[in-house]
Design a protein around this ligand. Structure first.
Ligand SMILES: *Cc1c(COP(=O)(O)O)cnc(C)c1O
Length: 463
C-alpha cells in the first residue's frame, strides 16, 4: 500500500515513511493510493470480536509490509492496554435511536488517545528497528498535546515538543501537558491561538533545513496513522447496531476534521454509514463551508469547547481531494487561495460530492450548556461540552428508523467548569489521576514566532 499527497507533488511513500513524515513535502497530506474494501461478510465477521482484533482486521490492509501480522497485533494490544474500559469504545444509549460512543476511556480522557497510543507504539517499533532519533513537534488546542505527551514520555530516541495556545486550554489539559517529569517532554505555551500554533508547525515542516536537521516528525491529525486508528471505532459501533445489514448515521464534534474524516474512510471501505454530520461550536468554518460551498476563515473566538476552536480545519483538505476526484493540482490551487485570501470557493461538482456524505450543524454556547443540563436531567449522563455540541446537532439531524451515534470525544472531568456551570455538578477526575492538581508544572513561555520556536527546539535537543 502506497501513500500519495493531496497536492500531487510529493513522492509516494509506504505506510511507515508516510507515518514518520506527517506533512508531505509539497505541503499536502498523505492519503492511501487506494481505499481497501471490506465486504459485507468481512464486516459481519467483526461482530463479537475484541476491539483489538477488530482493529487488526480493519487496519491491516493499510499497513502493507511495514509490520508483520504478529508484530502489528502486539502493538495494537499494547496501545489499548492502558484504557480503563474492556470494550475500549463502549456504546451507550441516550434515547430511542440516539447513541453515544464513549471515546474517553484512554489515559488522557479524550478520543485522541485512540490514535496517539497506537502511534506511540508504531513509532517506537520503527525507531528501534532503524536506530534513529527523531523530534516530534505537535500543535494542540489541548487534547492532542496531552495525548502525545502521554504516548511518548520517557521513550528513548524521541523528544516531544507541544505548542499550545497560552491561556486557551482548560486547566486539566494544561496540567496533563506540564506535569510529566520526563526530560524528553517539552510543553511550550505560545502567545497566540491554536491556528497560530498550527501555522508555525506547518512552517517548521516547510523549512527543509530545520526539518532534516532535527529529524522532525509530526503527530498532528494530519498524520495518516492517526486517521487510520480512528476508522476502527466507526466499524465497532456500527456493527453493534446492526451493520452491515442496517444503515447507521454519525454526528462528530468537529474541529480539524480528522475524526469525521476517519468516518468517511470507514464509509468508503464499505461500512453502511448514511450521513456524517460535522457538529461545530461558533467557530463554524466547516459548517459554513458545507452549507455555502465557500470556505472562509475568520478569527477564532474562544469557547467552552476549546478543542474545536479552529478556523483552519487541516483534514478538510483530504475530503476536498476526494471530492475533486483526487486532483492534486486543483487542491493545491485551493490551498494557495486559502493562504492568499483566507478562503476559497469549492466547485459545484466537488460541493455536491461533499454534501452527499457530509452534513453539518452549529451549536452556540448557551444551547451547549442547556444540552448538558437536559441530558443530565433526562438520562443521568454528564456530557463534556464538545460532546454536548454533538448531541445537540444529532438531535436535529436524526432520521426516523436510522440509529444516530454521537461521538463522545472527551470525559466531562476534562472540562469541569462548563459542566458545573450547566448542572451544578463538578465531575471528579478518575482516581488514577486524582493528584493532577498537586503535581509540579514545567512549561516554557514562547513567542508566536517561527525563529524563536526553532531555536528553543534546537537548544533543547542538543542539551
Ligand atoms: C480534537 C477534539 C475534537 C475535534 O476533533 P477533530 O478531529 O479535530 O475534528 C473534538 N472534541 C474533543 C474533545 C477533541 O479533543
Amino acid at each position: 500500500m502506497n501513500y500519495i499527497s493531496t497536492r500531487g507533488q510529493a513522492p509516494e511513500l509506504g505506510f511507515e515513511a508516510a507515518m514518520m513524515t506527517g506533512l508531505a513535502r509539497d505541503g499536502g497530506l498523505y492519503v492511501p493510493s487506494e481505499i481497501p474494501q471490506m465486504s459485507a461478510g468481512d464486516i459481519a465477521g467483526l461482530a463479537g470480536l475484541s476491539y483489538e482484533e477488530a482493529a487488526f482486521r480493519i487496519m491491516r490492509p493499510f499497513v502493507g509490509d511495514a509490520f508483520d501480522d504478529r508484530t502489528f497485533r502486539g502493538l495494537i494490544d499494547s496501545a489499548y492496554r492502558g484504557f480503563d474500559h474492556p470494550a475500549r469504545a463502549p456504546l451507550k444509549q441516550l434515547g430511542p435511536n440516539q447513541f453515544l460512543l464513549e471515546l474517553f476511556h484512554g489515559p488522557t480522557l479524550a478520543f485522541k488517545d485512540f490514535a496517539m497510543q497506537l502511534i506511540g507504539q508504531l513509532f517506537q517499533a520503527a525507531l528501534t528497528r532503524s536506530g534513529e532519533r527523531i523530534t516530534i513537534v505537535g500543535a494542540t488546542s489541548g487534547d492532542t498535546g496531552s495525548a502525545a505527551i502521554e504516548a511518548f514520555r520517557g521513550l528513548p530516541n524521541v523528544d516531544v515538543f507541544i505548542l499550545f495556545p497560552s491561556g486557551r486550554v482548560s486547566e486539566v489539559q494544561r496540567r496533563q501537558m506540564t506535569t510529566p517529569s520526563e526530560d524528553n517532554v517539552h510543553a511550550l505555551a505560545v502567545k497566540g491561538d491554536f491556528d497560530d500554533c498550527q501555522a508555525r508547525l506547518k512552517e517548521m515542516f516547510a523549512d527543509d533545513a530545520f526539518r532534516d536537521g532535527v529529524r522532525l516528525a509530526g503527530v498532528n491529525s494530519i498524520n495518516w496513522a492517526r486517521v487510520l486508528a480512528q476508522v476502527v471505532y466507526y466499524f465497532t459501533a456500527a456493527v453493534s447496531l446492526g451493520a452491515p445489514h442496517r444503515r447507521v448515521d454519525f454526528t462528530v464534534p468537529t474541529g480539524n476534521f480528522g475524526d469525521i474524516f476517519a468516518g468517511y474512510i470507514a464509509r468508503r471501505m464499505g461500512l453502511p454509514i448514511g450521513r456524517l454530520y460535522a457538529a461545530t461550536n461558533h467557530n463554524d468554518v466547516v459548517n459554513r463551508a458545507l452549507k455555502s460551498g465557500i470556505y472562509q476563515k475568520e478569527q477564532v473566538a474562544p469557547s467552552i469547547s476549546p478543542s474545536m476552536d479552529i478556523q483552519v480545519a487541516s483534514n478538510f483538505e483530504r475530503a476536498l481531494f476526494e471530492a475533486y476526484d483526487r486532483d492534486g493540482r486543483a487542491v493545491a490551487l485551493l490551498m494557495e487561495d486559502l493562504k492568499a485570501h483566507d478562503g476559497f470557493k469549492i466547485s459545484q461538482g466537488a460541493n455536491e460530492a461533499l454534501t452527499e456524505v457530509f452534513g453539518s450543524g452549529m451549536t452556540l454556547e448557551s444551547a451547549t450548556l442547556e444540552r448538558i443540563r437536559r441530558t443530565r436531567t433526562e438520562t443521568g449522563e454528564l456530557l463534556c461540552p464538545h460532546t454536548a455540541v454533538g448531541v445537540d446537532v444529532a438531535e436535529r439531524k436524526a432520521e426516523p428508523g436510522v440509529p444516530m451515534v454521537t461521538l463522545a470525544t472527551a470525559h466531562p472531568a476534562k472540562f469541569p467548569d462548563a459542566v458545573e456551570e450547566a448542572t451544578g455538578i463538578r465531575p471528579p477526575l478518575p482516581s488514577r489521576m486524582a493528584d493532577l492538581y498537586d503535581r509540579a508544572e514545567r512549561v516554557t513561555e514562547a513567542d508566536n514566532d517561527l525563529g524563536a520556536l526553532q531555536s528553543i527546539i534546537r537548544d533543547r535537543i542538543s542539551a
